[in-house]
Design a protein around this ligand. Structure first.
Ligand code: SF4
Ligand code: SF4
Length: 114
């Protein structure tokens, strides 16, 4: 295949057969701030882990909000809990507890079962 130096982005369509809002609802119970994320990307731009590893909090939150509880969310395993993302978040989201909750709740089969 010819390498054009770029690739097509993954479809942003929601696959209703795979959609599950259980993880999102559990996170809202813990802290409803996740609903205020406006996907600005400031957190991803400053992320310590994202500089070297596949870790993008903006994308993780988007996938949680869309109910795509698949491998993208496993990126949180690379988080070092440095807290830089919370310092730059314009919505003031306390991202470290949110990241910890995503990790914990995403490993609960009750939240990800289809
Ligand atoms: S706490 Fe995690 S997601 Fe936030 S900047 Fe640090 S490594 Fe990145
Ligand atoms: S910086 Fe805050 S509002 Fe912006 S994408 Fe990250 S969590 Fe969402």
């Amino acid at each position: 295949m010819i390498d054009f130096g770029f690739s097509r982005t993954e479809s942003a369509c929601i696959d209703l057969d795979r959609h599950s809002d259980r993880l999102l609802n559990r996170l809202i119970e813990r802290d409803p701030d996740i609903l205020t994320c406006m996907a600005c990307g400031s957190c991803a731009a400053t992320c310590t882990a994202g500089r070297y590893l596949p870790m993008n909090l903006r994308r993780v939150i988007l996938h949680v909000q869309r109910g795509n509880t698949h491998s993208e969310i496993l990126q949180t395993a690379h988080c070092m809990f440095c807290g830089k993302c919370s310092l730059v978040c314009p919505r003031g989201i306390n991202t470290r507890p949110l990241l910890a909750a995503i990790r914990t709740e995403n490993t609960n089969p009750k939240n990800t079962a289809q």
